[in-house]
Design a protein around this ligand. Structure first.
Ligand code: NDP
Length: 451
């Protein structure tokens, strides 16, 4: 047997950068995880000699394909689609599909890498994947979105399946897009099977799935506060985004007695000092889901609110912050502003919304900081439960799934504490999530030998 040649952290990262040129988001995600894993692996020769981290940081495969479709004016449009299958050591690949002009291979590789750890943390048997296209559904007619989704699935269907890879929604992919893709899969294969999650309730969807990510991020926040013998009741919250995750996070904060001050989209943010209560959240859901409107319209309708064009909400003083829009939407300066204004806790509904420098600011200030891979795992956890229900041809009710989600988020929180407790009363939730997520995947990979 060869004598193991331990690569140190800087050399490992040099290799990752060299092998992935022009992919900054992927390199950033690997760096964030590898920092903690190198500490954890220090005295664990078996992980080093089997090159486990190097293998997790190299996707099993990246499929890239052309997506052709015809717009309403009969122009032929060409987009690029991808599916990144990062790791299936503990279950079929699982992770969302994103349709947004900002989608690149680097973004999807980072998301599939993160998803591997997140899915492991849920305790359910799911590997990590992610897919998408640089297609912008905004401004497209329903018929155009349908034609795009059908064309996308006409290639994707070869690479997915209920025991192979089970995609879900993400940015730009909601119930409408999932419906079109599921319909096309069924048409091509002549099989009704649980190949996608986030489906409509009429055809195999799970209760609680729409709410799961946003509610879960708030449950994670609740657990962090409970660990410090505190609660959400009476606290102010700043939330970014106004899509699925943000609106459900706002709903759950409100249910627990908190006051939501902001929401946003890529055009800017609205600040409502009176609080965005349930009636206002319902109005926003209708605006976004049915009318496909912009968040700026809120300030025209609710005149106590102000709209801040081209800005992000992090300078609004608050007790709690929940970034729920997209990656790298909260930088070092903004993290400092939040801390200076007295923020107590941050729970990430989005994936990697805080830059590495921003995370350091939160850690240095010793505020409670729940990273996306732990805090937003409620969505994929309920997707895992949707897979189980489809496989068994049963459906659980809203109440039962609500209880399961609450328990799953508590379990994820506790695993983070187990591996992230610093011994001085501070919990490094990033470290806890990285190590707990890594260990299960790594041990399964060791069991398989060199594959
Ligand atoms: P939606 O498409 O429903 O909403 C996304 C929101 O974020 C919109 O308000 C959108 O505004 C805003 N946004 C997107 N890109 C940008 C940008 N570059 N700058 C500013 N704002 C932006 O997506 P979701 O709510 O489903 O997803 C939000 C985040 O949560 C993503 O990071 C996703 O990966 C993560 N997530 C989602 C899960 C789910 O179950 N849906 C599960 C786990 C994580 P606009 O319309 O102007 O683009």
């Amino acid at each position: 047997m060869a004598v193991s040649d331990h690569v140190d952290f800087p050399t490992f990262m040099e290799g990752v950068k060299k092998r992935n040129p022009g992919q900054p988001e992927f390199v950033q995600a690997v760096q964030e995880v590898a920092t903690d894993i190198f500490d954890f692996m220090e005295d664990k020769e078996e992980y080093h000699s089997a090159q486990i981290l190097r293998r997790i940081a190299e996707p099993d495969r990246v499929v890239s394909f052309r997506v052709c479709w015809e717009d309403d004016n009969h122009n032929i449009r060409v987009q690029r689609g991808w599916r990144v299958q990062n790791n299936n050591a503990i279950g079929p690949y699982k992770g969302g599909i994103r349709f947004h002009p900002s989608v690149t291979e680097s973004v999807l590789k980072f998301l599939a890498f993160e998803q591997t750890f997140k899915n492991s943390l849920t305790g359910l048997p799911m590997g990590g994947g992610k897919g998408g296209a640089n297609f912008n559904p905004r401004g497209k007619s329903d018929a155009e979105v349908m034609r795009f989704c059908q064309s996308f699935m006409t290639e994707l269907y070869r690479h997915v399946g209920p025991d192979t890879d089970v995609p879900a929604g993400d940015i730009g992919v909601g119930a409408r897009e999932i419906g079109y893709m599921f319909g096309q899969y069924k048409r091509i294969t002549n099989r009704w099977e649980g190949v996608l999650t986030g489906k409509g309730m009429e055809y195999g969807g799970s209760q609680m799935r729409p709410e799961a990510t946003g509610y879960g991020a708030v449950y994670f926040m609740e657990n962090m506060l409970k660990h410090k013998k505190d609660s959400i009741d009476g606290k102010t919250a700043v939330i970014s985004g106004s899509g699925n995750v943000a609106t459900h996070a706002a709903e759950q904060i409100t249910k627990q007695g908190g006051k939501v001050l902001t929401l946003s989209d890529s055009g800017g943010f609205i600040h409502d000092p009176d609080g965005i209560d349930q009636e206002k959240i319902d109005w926003i859901k209708d605006l976004k889901n049915n009318k496909r409107g912009r968040i700026s319209e809120y300030a025209d309708h609710y005149t106590a609110a102000t709209f801040h064009a081209g800005k992000r909400p992090w300078n609004v003083p608050c007790d709690l912050a929940l970034p729920c829009a997209t990656q790298n939407e909260l930088n070092e300066e903004e993290a400092r502003e939040l801390v200076d204004n007295g923020v107590m806790a941050v729970s990430e509904g989005a994936n990697m919304p805080t830059t590495l420098e921003g995370v350091h600011v939160f850690h240095d200030a010793k505020i409670m900081y729940g990273p996306g891979k732990a805090a937003n795992a409620g969505g994929v956890a309920v997707s895992g439960l949707e897979m189980s229900q489809n496989a068994e041809r049963i459906s659980w009710n809203h109440e039962r799934l609500g209880e399961m989600l609450t328990e799953l988020m508590e379990g994820i929180h506790d695993k983070c504490v187990e591996y992230g407790d610093q011994g001085d009363g501070y919990v490094d939730y990033v470290k806890g999530a990285n190590i707990a997520g890594f260990k299960k995947v790594a041990d399964a990979m060791l069991a398989y030998g060199v594959v």
